[in-house]
Write a protein that binds this ligand. Sequence first.
Ligand SMILES: [Ca+2]
Ligand SMILES: [Ca+2]
Length: 95
Amino acid sequence: MTYENDTSDELIAAAEALANDLQERLLAKYDANQDGVISAEESLAVQQAIVDAKTAAILAKFDLDHDGNVTSTEISTVPQNEDAFHPYPGGGFRR
Ligand SMILES: [Ca+2]
Ligand SMILES: [Ca+2]
């Protein structure tokens, strides 16, 4: 498969637009002091949001009695698949 230069440029432009959009959304949500940079401290909130989303997805699937804990019994009761550990196809997270 070959790509004309124009098509390649368009793909790169589209990828950059996506990256810029993602960066703007991350900054809008996690740049708490609005200095245009997500600091190490602010990035902890990003990581916490990812962990929270994955934890919520796991609890939603496996915590059958909704007590906030997942027991081996609950795990063995729920049909196994990988979805709970990858709440968003392709990785990443959404707000
Ligand atoms: Ca900041
Ligand atoms: Ca439980």
